[in-house]
Design a protein around this ligand. Sequence first.
Ligand code: C5P
Length: 221
Amino acid sequence: MENRIMVALDVADAREALMLRQQLIGAVGWLKVGLRLFVAEGPSLIAALQRDHRIFLDLKFHDIPNTVQQAVESAGKLGVDMVNVHAAGGMAMLQAAAVAAKQYHGMKLIAVTVLTSTKTNKNTEQNVLERAVLAKEAGLDGVVSSVHEVAAIKNSCGENFITVTPGIRWALNSADDQARVATPKDAVLAGADYLVIGRPIVQAKNPAKAASEVVAMMKSV
Ligand code: C5P
């Protein structure tokens, strides 16, 4: 279960990130580096974070196909284990990204469908599903979605199509800016492959203890 948890290192700088890395050795399998940290610290931090964890570089590339292809190549050269693009970029952009990712065998390429902070309307699930199918057809390995769409995605795209689910919250946590939240237990029950967890672990007094509580919730299924 530890290896299905990705902790979102949404912190200001390398000092904080490296402290969390140290605290989370053995507690979780993955660290997710997003816009804030990558813009602040750049690629040099990735090497330090890679020592004991797998790395998901969450920069949600969304640009013209050629630019995205080159960005994915750069991610491959960094040796990250997962990188993502935004499915809203369309088929040509997704295919270009997939061409680049295929050169780096260990690296999974994932598409963001609809951000979990987006308020739902009657079309949300349909939009998520359409983007998941597009990503699958373009040759990507999986998608980011809320827990609520995992079953439908697996149904349309197959069991092996990876689902990465942010918006994880449990009793006493606030939802913050997330609109479509679910508990760790719900995520496992729905069949989510990876649980992205930021503030509930990063802002906990004891992040390793918070992570072990998540593992216990996941195992209770
Ligand atoms: O703190 P919290 O658990 O809400 O963090 C969720 C993380 O997942 C953030 O780093 C956010 O950028 C990311 N994410 C998301 N929704 C998506 C894709 C990524 O919340 N659809």
